[in-house]
Design a protein around this ligand. Structure first.
Ligand code: NAD
Length: 329
């Protein structure tokens, strides 16, 4: 059994990661500040089923708070850090770059400092496909140059990768930086397109449709991402002297138009489109080369977009049927 510190474990990806790791017999310490980037009640619900598990410790705290982190590291024998806490979202980062820098960069350095101080040398960190910016070459490969960020959010994620290498080099902390490609599935953040559009289509409201519908995303189902995180922990546990950046995508691109069509089919409803220009900071396309993830980690995404959307809509309808609804923001 390992003790794994998960940051952001009340969020969309983090709560699934915690569930999986608990089911695999690990002890989890989850640090999350339950911020109001989206309704914190959703986060409460994401953690509620684990609160009575003796192997689960929830710490309501902020990764910017070095004293708090120091106490957590001092009082627990942590084997691995899975760092997922962040201010996510490209568009909001344009309005508040300083907050994004403070949480995503300073918060990450705080955790690395604690790893250095307390000798924790296995670190998995959430990066993002957004670091590729408007990379012309597809599919996006980890060796591509990512110096041309087009949003503050992407710039903070690139900084985390660079600081990760620095701490690996100076203090032998083994690191895997995972570039997640648009993640979806049950508990998806309500600000992300699939969830937001599902809310709007269900209530017969217009959906904001940016550009001509040809922009493409490599949508990755949550179970595949969780598997990639798990395989990364395993790889770090079995190997030393590791610093790797790894794409976790599905390696299949879906256009905005076909994403909306798939949702319409699954919901059995028509979408009303509000046509809008492309947004600054949004990339035209994401498309992951996942050969490194396959070779290094044995990553093998299994969920097609159609199947994943079926699962998402099934979950969504179940949530709508309950009194405590997931309401649109
Ligand atoms: P999320 O917002 O649902 O989860 C992030 C969690 O971090 C939240 O529960 C939030 O309360 C917590 N948090 C934020 N600031 C904090 C702070 N200062 N201290 C402690 N906790 C804090 O987002 P998500 O979609 O689950 O994303 C998880 C990670 O994956 C993030 O690092 C994000 O940047 C990255 N990522 C996500 C996607 C995606 O498609 N969802 C894509 C690429 C990268």
């Amino acid at each position: 059994m390992s003790t794994i510190l998960v940051t952001g474990g009340a969020g969309f990806i983090g709560s699934h990661v915690c569930d999986f790791l608990l089911n695999n017999g690990n002890e989890i310490i989850n640090i999350d500040n339950f911020n109001d980037f989206y309704d914190p009640k959703i986060k409460e619900k994401n953690v509620s089923h684990n609160l009575r598990n003796p192997n689960y410790k929830l710490i309501r705290g902020d990764i910017r708070d070095l004293d708090l982190l120091d106490n957590v590291f001092k009082n627990n024998e942590i084997n691995v850090v899975v760092h997922l806490a962040a201010m996510a979202g490209v568009r909001p980062s344009i309005n508040d770059p300083l907050l994004y820098e403070e949480v995503n960069v300073k918060g990450t350095i705080n955790l690395m400092e604690m790893c250095k101080k307390y000798g924790v040398n296995k670190f998995v960190c959430a990066s993002s496909s957004s670091v590729y910016g408007n990379n012309k070459k597809v599919p996006f490969c980890e060796t591509d140059v990512v110096d041309y960020s087009i949003s503050p959010y992407a710039a903070t994620k690139k900084s985390c990768e660079v600081f990760g290498h620095t701490y690996h080099h100076l203090y032998n902390i083994d690191m895997i930086m995972l570039r997640f490609f648009t993640v979806y599935g049950p508990r998806q953040r309500p600000d992300l397109a699939i969830h937001k559009f599902t809310n709007l289509i269900s209530e017969n409201s217009e959906i904001p449709f940016y550009g001509d519908g040809s922009s493409e995303r490599d949508y990755t189902y949550i179970d595949d991402i969780v598997d990639g995180v798990f395989q990364s922990i395993r790889y770090l546990t079995d190997n030393d002297k590791v610093y790797e950046i790894v794409n976790l995508g599905e390696s299949e691109t879906i256009s905005l138009s076909s994403m909306v069509e798939t949702l319409e089919n699954e919901l059995n409803l028509d979408a009303k489109l509000k046509l809008l220009p492309m947004q600054p900071g949004d990339v035209i396309r994401t498309f992951a080369d996942i050969s490194k993830a396959k070779n290094l980690l044995g990553y093998n995404p299994k969920t097609s977009f159609n199947k994943g959307i079926k699962e998402f809509v099934k979950w969504y309808k179940k949530e709508q049927g309950k009194s405590n609804k997931y309401l649109p923001l």
